[in-house]
Structure formats: structure tokens, C-alpha cells
Design a protein around this ligand. Sequence first.
Ligand code: QV4
Length: 474
Amino acid sequence: QHNPHWWGNRNTIVHLFEWKWSDIAQECESFLGPRGFAGVQVSPVNENIIAAGRPWWERYQPISYKLTTRSGNEEEFGDMVRRCNDVGVRIYVDVLLNHMSGDFDGVAVGTAGTEAEPRMKSFPGVPYTAQDFHPTCEITDWNDRFQVQQCELVGLKDLDQSSDWVRSKLIEFLDHLIELGVAGFRVDAAKHMASEDLEYIYSSLSNLNIDHGFPHNSRPFIFQEVIDHGHETVSRDEYKDLGAVTEFRFSEEIGNAFRGNNALKWLQSWGTGWGFLPSGQALTFVDNHDNQRDAGAVLNYKSPRQYKMATAFHLAYPYGISRVMSSFAFDDHDTPPPQDAQERIISPEFDEDGACVNGWICEHRWRQIYAMVGFKNAVRDTEITGWWDNGDNQISFCRGNKGFLAFNNNLYDLSQDLNTCLPAGTYCDVISGSLIDGSCTGKSVTVNENGYGYIHIGSDDFDGVLALHVDAKV
Ligand code: QV4
């Protein structure tokens, strides 16, 4: 279940973290479809507890499988899926199969109004009772398989996926989403569930809904959140044959490289050469909603210059199933998404350049990022050729004869003739500008009969990357 069911030449998934369904529907029609995005990962869809201050993470504490959250209700969800599918943008849902909510004082009331008593492991909205869960214990040793898979991740009541009842409820929930037209699932905390149980669940799911344009016998796409930094007792390898797996080493190493802790020249062997999963099994990202909040090597929107370079590399190098993060501004781990005084999530608003302004960051609307989504579509099915580097932090490479990328992460200029592998002509650098009505608003590069062009990226240029492709020929 590794096929994401993309439309046409599309290639890139965007995580619209905490967005409302009605806003996503609108975004599919007005931006994602026209810009060639392949799909959206949406926040959890089923009912969750209401935590004080409404931190984003309350959505990782389920109460029932009713489809009502702060993002909207079932009707709005269904409408979004249909409208996105209609413009060739797939929907993937973040699903919580591992657990229900953690402790809560007294009776908890969820976002759909359902009551539960998490402390008693009582979730009548499903229903689940104590016998559907593993006995309570804490994970203290992350290399102890029993603890990781049968104890409680941060106190979240741990479902027993070997039980027939639990399996049937999880399958029913996922099939309901398939019926509504989704293309697949991000499986949260997959590492905390036995792979045999997941295999049973995945293989029991219905085929995708043909009424939403999926071919007969299409299996749901699965990508599993397994954090494996290498040498873990529960490893990514146990899950990779069931579906794709999040490749966290990609995120860490790309952060290291573009932060300047590792020379860019080493990226020549990026991918399996760095010990990452085979390309078709790896879900790749510069940052995700968890690790963008941690200090460390991982880059996020707060370091925009490096972040855009890392994203350009991510989308230009042919490795993995790419996902782009789209965030809201945060100060700390618990910052809620943009909300009004009644704690309703507010819709993103855009300035005249299309950038988000009211607390949403919308990295996917940064020109340097959506232009690379277009680049990746334009160069689809070509290989890396013509690698060049200066032995340090200046590199360039071609994607067949369809695209060319150059990076300068040195403190001095990159100025020289380089092989772009492109047919002769003038190309618009889609990073510094755009091709509008046949003229380029940024740098342009003239490529001669031999495929060479003069490339300049000053060390103090606004962006440290330059990208040319055949769909942006002046
Ligand atoms: C607190 C204490 C615990 C205690 C518990 C007891 O910290 O030690 O056992 O109370 O009641 C929130 C709070 C957390 C609190 C917990 C339970 O932050 O302090 O525990 O609720 O009330 C998200 C957030 C968590 C959040 C959780 C549930 O990141 O902070 O916890 O949602 O709301 C590992 C896993 C990996 C996981 C990653 C974060 O292998 O699978 O940790 N990633 C996924 C999601 C992530 C999500 C979860 C899993 C849980 O990507 O966003 O956690 O669904 O690496």
C-alpha cells in the first residue's frame, strides 16, 4: 500500500496542519490544484477531548470516531474530499489507531459532545471499555519492545489491536473515511503497535471509492509514523513492507547540511546512499509538526533562508515521497492554532502576494516553495545528471535535460559557467522570480548550445538557490 494515487504528473503532499475543512476545500480549488500539488495531509478528523487553552495536540487524544472536530463536521469533511478530488488533489487523513485520550479529571466531553471517562478507560461513544486496552504502564525504556508497544505513550490509553473488537472498530472507522473518498492515511504512532496487527488492519480495508475517480481495486495509501534514528529495537524495517514509513533521518540530515554542519558536496549520494529507506518506501520531509517544535538540527520556518534551500533540495533530488509542512506561528510546544475569542479556529487570510497574514505561516504559499513543487512536476521521471560542486558548500545538478538547480551555502559568491543540461535558450529562475506573461520577474539565465549558462548566486542574495526548468523558458 505504497501507491499515493497521484493525479497526472503531480508529486508533492502538503500538510495543512490544523486547517478547517472548508478552508482546505477552497485551497484545493484556488491554489493547490492550479499549482500542481498532489495531495493534502489533514489533521485528525475524529472527535477529541477539549484541553484547556486548546493546544493543537488535543486532537491526538480521541474520544470517539464521530467526525466532528474544530476543523469541521462530517458534511464539511465530505464536501472537502469531493472538491479536492475534483481538482486532482488527494486527501490523506492522520489517524490515531494506537490509543484514545489520556487521563482527564472527571467526565470528559469531546468536540462532538460525546462523554467519556478516560481514567476508567470508558469510551461509550465507540464503545470501548477497559478490556479493550492494554494494562496501564509507562514507557521508560524505548528499546524495550513490550513497553513501546504495550505501555502508554505519554499516558494515552493504549488500545489492544490484537482484539477482534478493537480491530473491527478501527477498520469500520477507516472504511468510513474511504467511503467518503480519501486516498489514504498517515498512521500516527505506528511504532507503538505490533506490525502484525497493523498488517491485519490494512489488509482488511476496502478498496478506494471508485465514485471519487480511483481505479478499480486501488488500495489505500498508508504512511506510518515510525521514528527510527537507527539502531532502534522497534525499527522502520518492520513496517516498510506494509506501507511507506516516515524517514526521520532525512529530516535530521537535511537540517544538518543546510545549517552548515555538513558540507553540501556530500549530498551527492543522498538517499539510500545515506542509509535511508528505499525511495518508494520513504515519506520524506524537512520538518513535521512535532520536530519543528523541538530545538536541534531540524529546520523550520523560523530560519527561512536555510529552510527554503533545504526544501528546494528536498523537492529537486529524486528521492522519497515528498511532504511539505504548512504551519501556524508558534512560540512554544502548546501554542494553539490561530483562533478567535470563542476558541474557533480562524480561516487563513492572504495579502496581495498570496502570502498568509493572520498567524498562519503557509510555507506552501511561499514562491520559493510552490515553485519547487512545479519544478518537481516538470522534471518527473528524470535522473540526476551533471553533478558539480566546489568541494564545499556550492553544488549544482541537472534533472535530465528538464531542470537545473544550484545552491550556494558558502560565505562567498558562486559566479561561473555551469552545465545546466538544458536545451539552448533563456530560462527564468523560479526562485528569485516568476515567469509572468512571457517575462521573468527575477534572474534569468541564458543557456548556450552546449548547455552551459552563467550562474550567479551572491552570498548575500535573498535566496541561496537558483532553479531552472523547461516549463519556465522565457
Ligand atoms: C503528560 C505527561 C506524561 C504523563 C501523562 C499522564 O507528560 O508523562 O504520562 O501526562 O497523564 C500531551 C501533553 C503531555 C501529556 C499528554 C497526556 O503534551 O505532556 O502527558 O498529552 O495528557 C502529541 C503531542 C504530545 C501530546 C499528545 C497527546 O506531541 O505532546 O501529549 O499529542 O495530546 C514519540 C512517539 C511518536 C510521537 C512522538 C511525539 O514514538 O509516535 O513521541 N508522535 C505522534 C504525533 C504526536 C502526538 C502523538 C504521536 C500521540 O506525531 O503529535 O503527540 O498521538 O516519538
